[in-house]
Design a protein around this ligand. Sequence first.
Ligand SMILES: Cc1cc2nc3c(=O)[nH]c(=O)nc-3n(C[C@H](O)[C@H](O)[C@H](O)COP(=O)(O)OP(=O)(O)OC[C@H]3O[C@@H](n4cnc5c(N)ncnc54)[C@H](O)[C@@H]3O)c2cc1C
Ligand SMILES: *[C@@H]1O[C@H](CO)[C@@H](O)[C@H](O)[C@H]1NC(C)=O
Length: 457
Amino acid sequence: MPESKLNVAIVGGGMVGLAFAIALRKLGPDVTFSIYEGATELSEVGAGITVQRRAWQTLSAIGLEEELLNLAGCREQKSVGYVYRKSDQPEGIHLKTIQTSEPGYTFHRGELQKAMIRHLASTHTIHTRKRLVSYMPLEEGVELHFHDGSTARCDILVGADGVRSAVRSAMYTKLADAALAAGDEDSAKVLKSHILPVFSGNVIYRTLIRKDILPEEAAQHPAFNRDEVMIYAGRNRHLVAYPISQGRVLNLAMVFTAPGKEGSVYEGAWTSSVSKEELVGRYSGWEPDVEEIMKHVSDKILKWVVNVATMLPTYSDGLVTLMGDAAHAMTPHQGAGAGVGFEDAHILAHFLAHPGVTKDTAAVALQVYDAVRRPASQNVATLSRMSGRNLHFNLSAGCADLTEEQSASGEAISPDQLKEVGDAIGKLTEWMFATTVAEDREVAMQKLEVALANAAR
Ligand SMILES: Cc1cc2nc3c(=O)[nH]c(=O)nc-3n(C[C@H](O)[C@H](O)[C@H](O)COP(=O)(O)OP(=O)(O)OC[C@H]3O[C@@H](n4cnc5c(N)ncnc54)[C@H](O)[C@@H]3O)c2cc1C
Ligand SMILES: *[C@@H]1O[C@H](CO)[C@@H](O)[C@H](O)[C@H]1NC(C)=O
């Protein structure tokens, strides 16, 4: 074992924290790390996840390719298409198809997370029941404070602890206090606004439909036999459906907008189990695919209030930094949140493995990480938010006052406007195909080199 040049604490064993740990182990044999997870055991919600081009590039880079292809039931790489329709009327209208030859997959979250845990288990145990409550910067390094009263030390603290991140709230409490102490009340107010996440305006109902228990006739219905990710859009709500677990299960996300509620604080539970009753009728009159699917929704539905952490002014403070949802919890309208987190993990692992990054220069590396990853991830968050509006026919001019009834009549939105919506879907997702993760990493590494050289002067 080479001597450890850096000791990293990863708070949060979600998919992003795990991806970071796997990358660190692979790239930086002289970087040691510990993972602290607040829950009793690692788990994921019973729902699907899409892994698109860039996310796949990061997961292949850390050596998960073969295992994940097995999970997906593919012998070689395949791609997944995205089909968008206007469906809140008896006869749906095709809006856009996004089909590339680039690899893309859909997984059951639990299966994906388990594959990552298996990968790490040979060398690392994850410390569970270690809920971080706060941290304290020391003369050298950082001290972590856990809910059970214990403490730990590290050279670098990485908060991968999700939308309700304790690392983010501790960081922004400290930054706000410092601004206040310097007499800058305006900055303090802004900094304080980032301590807690805010409501995105979207509530999502997530459920799975097992195909093997469907009546024969339904199981044969095209709605249950599409390979693509289907996005059935309508005014103020849409439905996303795609197969997971090698086609045995249909994953559903029913997405609703609460107009005018974006940016507020959501009162009430953020997740809860609800019965089918809460959804009955909310897609009636939609095109046949949707009506067919809704007939077979079970009573195991998870209501998920989407909260977001938007536009943080920094991801890094001293030897502490944020990644994944802790840094940029976003709406899921591009199915990109975890993927963007994997990219954070990819870049930071490469940075920390760089020979020039030591205890003395760690803070410099975290500054460059912030400078590179913040604009990139916040851009995706912005595009995702716009995608949500677009899918609810609330992006193009002249649609602001459209009612659900008008939209359902199929006449209120002109063919030109529909074309605009379809074109916007393409434009908003162009970033996914513009560059590769490796190209962006090259640019980031150059920035790191420059910053390290400047710091050495
Ligand atoms: C409906 C929906 C659909 C989505 N679909 C997609 C998709 O198709 N593709 C995609 O890429 N993304 C998608 N996303 C986004 C994706 O789910 C998230 O971006 C991703 O799960 C975030 O991972 P994370 O590891 O950053 O956070 P989390 O998964 O939230 O993990 C955080 C971990 O930290 C732990 N933790 C929390 N607080 C503490 C603490 N104080 N101390 C110690 N541990 C702590 C938690 O227990 C948890 O294990 C979707 C999101 C939603 C809501
Ligand atoms: C349309 O989008 C704007 C901006 O996000 C929002 O303020 C408004 O409430 C939305 N309208 C509807 C009907 O969702």
